[in-house]
Write a protein that binds this ligand. Structure first.
Ligand SMILES: Cc1ncc(C[n+]2csc(CCOP(=O)(O)OP(=O)(O)O)c2C)c(N)n1
Ligand SMILES: [Mg+2]
Length: 718
């Protein structure tokens, strides 16, 4: 007995164990085996039609269990991907919890039965809810790491975030890091590169784990990645620690991850570990890799299976004998069996719960809480001046607010501020804010829209209040997936465990004279199509103040559309309405009352409608104008009231006639208020084409006052 102990001690001192004690090595093996058995059990359940989808972590268990061992549960922030089951188990997710997800149970902590299996998320362990999109996590992880740096410098922001809704999950600890992982295929997404760029520029504490199983579904790595090696390809990112390891070997993986994580904890910059793993169970249960992988390839992979290799290693090294391995495995098998039985007997979510957590249950921006009386003072401000003034007051009030985007800072080279006036946005909407609040709160981003929105999501998820800017609506499209699949869905898909109440300010619209096709676009209906997102578009400086403040103070993501043509008009100016002036969302404004016909509109057409109404008034017609100002939600009550009053209605909007926002309003009026109408609903909108550089063409394409006047006259004559 004594001699056996001596052997074990001698073995444990072996450098290949990297200082890990026997219990930890057994824990590593246990977690890897547990992960595999959960996959096997899910596959069985899928074949029995008891679950609906399966994607395995098989072949990835060694490196993910090792990384999980090194990360601190509930301290570090985790942006995993679907093959991180062993990592999640190591961090504290239970076998039952993973199977509750597989069956889509009401009590599944990741989504309450809303997402597919292996879409990890667990607020207790800082495992941030994952979507199915490959690559979106990278830029969100950047935002989370920026929150780390921010909270370190600004404890008041942290204290405030902890008091906000979901504040119980807001945390910051010195030396915390952000983990983000993906497969080899997802590194081809732009967001991977955008994230590395910012992570290196800002030296963020981010640990990238790339789990390279050689394939993205059927696409082999040499077709995916130039040169076939992502670690070689990222070699020139300054300050990025890079390591490669055999991800099927938990000890080699442990050593590589340990060094990388240490590098991040010491705030030396980001680190990337490129782990070579296997994928023995095809991409998912919907895939059959025999269709594209040769028998020899599959055979080679089988020899590298992490589970069989590590159990053999433990026996060979005398750390466990065969009987102990069998006992451990029997114990795990039993645990999985019991968890599966429990999961299969669990309650499903109720059908009516589908509406829960689309929006914040805590703050209702449509409520009377947001009604306020203006306390006017100062000289009249234009809309763009009002944006800056409102942001300034809100930033004074709330240190959680950060402002970033392209050109929003006064001057990134701070030393220049002594001698220059400062930029403050291409439209000057953020002028002076960096000077006033500091470069950590107001800063320029690289020219990368997906990462602007993705970073905002990451910050907001951690309790900050980012107000990001998209310079022109025309260039929002790289961010579309971040907006549609992440920003608006996070709260719903995590069943209320995570949220991202960021404000995305967007300069939109035409009537610029020469703005042409890439500086004149509308398209608000594309975003009002996204449940979970609030979309507003004020047409006056007063509403800008009230609605921007509501956007910042509410708990949902808001797209705040600022019409470029309206930024500096004299007709919509207002005195500053005070630092607490808010306007509730979903409440239209009656611009002018009238008794013959109603024009329902918003944005740049509000003023055109006023001009038309004045002229028509001189000709004896009385026109009522409703400015919707809030597009999602919108004020159906106000629409119905004006239609019931005047029985004739024009819906005027700048977006294209077909499929535009106003088309839906017109359709709903025709549908639900048909009996009230004395004339068909008329639409006045842009032509279904592109906006032109030549002003005379632009005038034909975009709706004008004369179009409104004609439509009103035709309707009155009907
Ligand atoms: C943005 C996006 N495009 C396509 C898909 C479909 N898809 C899911 S996984 C996958 C391959 C991912 O490969 P890789 O990153 O290597 O991860 P692996 O599955 O091999 O671990 C694809 C194309 C998706 N989910 N998201
Ligand atoms: Mg892969």
């Amino acid at each position: 007995m004594a001699s056996q102990t001596r052997i074990k001690v001698a073995k444990l001192e072996s450098p290949k164990l990297h200082g890990l004690d026997r219990d930890t090595l057994v824990r590593l093996y246990r977690t890897m085996y547990l992960s595999r058995k959960l996959d096997d059990r899910e596959i069985q359940l899928k074949r029995q039609n008891k679950i609906y989808f399966q994607i395995s972590s098989a072949g990835h268990e060694a490196v993910t269990a090792a990384a999980g061992l090194l990360l601190r549960p509930g301290v570090d922030w985790i942006y995993p991907y679907y093959r991180d089951r062993a990592l999640c188990l190591m961090l504290g997710v239970t076998p039952l919890e993973t199977l509750l997800q597989a069956v889509g149970a009401k009590d599944d902590p990741s989504s309450g039965g809303r997402q597919m299996p292996s879409h990890w998320g667990h607020p207790e362990w800082n495992i941030v809810s994952r979507s199915s999109c490959t690559g979106t996590q990278f830029v969100q992880a950047v935002g989370a790491a920026e929150a780390t740096v921010y909270y370190q410098q600004r404890p008041k922001a942290l204290a405030k975030a902890k008091k906000a809704p979901l504040g119980q999950y807001v945390s910051y600890e010195e030396n915390e890091i952000v983990y983000v992982s993906s497969g080899d295929g997802a590194t081809s997404e732009g967001e991977f590169w955008e994230s590395l760029n910012t992570a290196c520029i800002k030296k963020l504490p981010m640990f990238y784990l790339i789990e390279d199983n050689g394939y993205a579904i059927s696409v082999p790595v040499e077709v995916q990645t130039a040169g076939g090696s992502i670690s070689k390809l990222v070699g020139s990112f300054p300050g990025l620690h890079i390591a490669e390891c055999d991800g099927t070997d938990p000890l080699e993986s442990y050593a590589a991850c340990k060094e990388a994580i240490q590098y991040c904890r010491e705030r030396r910059g980001p680190a990337l570990v490129h782990a070579q793993v296997t994928r023995p169970y095809s991409h998912s249960l919907s895939d059959d890799e025999k269709l594209y992988k040769s028998a020899e390839e599959r055979e080679r992979e089988a020899h590298r299976d992490p589970i069989s290799k590590f159990s053999l290693f433990l026996v060979r090294e005398g750390l466990l004998d065969q009987k102990q391995i069998e006992d451990l495995e029997a114990q795990v098998d039993n645990e999985v069996r019991e968890a599966a039985d429990q999961a299969l007997a669990s309650e499903e979510p109720s059908v009516d719960s589908i509406q829960v957590n689309v929006y914040s249950p805590d703050v209702d921006p449509t409520s009377s809480t947001f009604e306020a009386e203006p306390q006017y003072h100062g000289a009249p401000k234009t809309m763009v001046e009002m944006v800056a003034a409102t942001l300034s007051d809100e930033m004074l009030r709330d240190e959680r607010i950060t402002i970033f985007g392209e050109d929003v800072a006064d001057a990134s080279r701070e030393e220049n501020l002594k001698s220059v006036k400062g930029k403050g946005g291409v439209f000057k909407a953020t002028a002076g804010l960096q000077r006033k609040f500091g470069a950590d709160r107001v800063f320029n981003s690289p020219l990368a829209e997906a990462s602007i929105v993705g970073r905002a999501i990451g910050m907001a998820t951690r309790g900050l209040k980012p107000v990001a800017e998209i310079q022109f609506f025309d260039y929002i499209w790289p961010a579309m997936m971040q907006i549609r699949d992440e920003l608006c869905v996070t709260r719903w898909r995590s069943n209320g465990a995570f949220k991202c109440p960021a404000v995305i300010r967007v300069a939109i619209g035409g009537y610029l004279t020469g703005g042409a096709v890439y500086h004149s676009q509308s398209g608000e209906s594309i975003f009002t199509h996204c449940p979970g997102l609030r979309v507003v578009m004020p047409s006056t400086a007063l509403d800008v103040a009230g609605m921007l403040r509501t956007a910042i103070r509410c708990d949902d993501p808001v797209m705040f559309l600022e019409h470029k043509h309206l930024y500096r008009q004299p007709y919509n100016r207002s005195e500053y309405p005070g630092p607490d002036y808010t306007v509730p969302f979903g409440k239209a404004r009656v611009v002018t009352e009238g008794s013959d016909i109603s024009i329902i509109t918003y944005g740049a057409l509000v003023h055109r409608a006023e001009v038309a109404a004045a002229q028509l008034g001189r000709e004896g017609a009385s026109v009522e104008i409703i400015d919707l100002r809030s597009l999602s939600p919108y004020d159906w009550e106000a629409i119905a009231t004006t239609v019931r009053k005047n029985h004739r209605v024009i819906v005027a909007y700048e977006d294209m006639l077909s499929w535009g926002y106003g088309a839906e309003i017109a359709a709903r009026i025709a549908d639900e208020l048909f009996e009230e109408l004395d004339a068909p609903v008329r639409r006045v909108a842009a032509m279904d084409t592109f906006c032109a550089y030549q002003p005379n063409l632009e005038d034909v394409i975009l709706p004008q006052t004369s179009h409104l006047i004609n439509a009103v006259k035709q309707s009155l004559e009907y």
